[in-house]
Design a protein around this ligand. Structure first.
Ligand code: ZN
Length: 111
């Protein structure tokens, strides 16, 4: 018994499994074409999720930058520090999403 990647969720499953224990994909009743179509849909959904996350991360970054540069720092003395923390968090989040997206593209090209 060997471990293979599920065609849909890419998690490790047994090569003899008739369905995926993670995403419940039923391999017995699906044709190769149906499997491929489902895999493409799953991939697009993953990419959309990443796009959404990187967009939110960019908004978080901008919020931090605005707080740092444009906030009323005399009334709100905590704002520059909070802006820095939020800005750096957003930037790190955004960059890691971009790296993850590039890594996924490289992975799908090599298939
Ligand atoms: Zn699966």
């Amino acid at each position: 018994m060997a471990l293979v990647e599920c065609a849909l969720c890419s998690k490790k499953i047994s090569s003899k499994a008739k369905s995926c224990p993670h995403c419940k994909a039923d391999f017995e009743n699906l044709t190769q074409g149906q499997l491929e179509a489902r895999r493409d849909i799953a991939k697009i959904k993953r990419q959309q999720g990443l796009m959404t996350q990187s967009f939110i991360a960019m908004l978080v970054f901008c919020t931090g930058v605005l707080m740092y540069f444009l906030g009323d720092h005399e009334t709100y003395v905590w704002m520059p520090l909070a802006g820095q923390i939020i800005g750096v968090t957003g930037l790190v989040w955004y960059l890691s999403m971009r790296i993850f997206m590039v890594a996924q593209k490289v992975k799908s090209k090599s298939r």
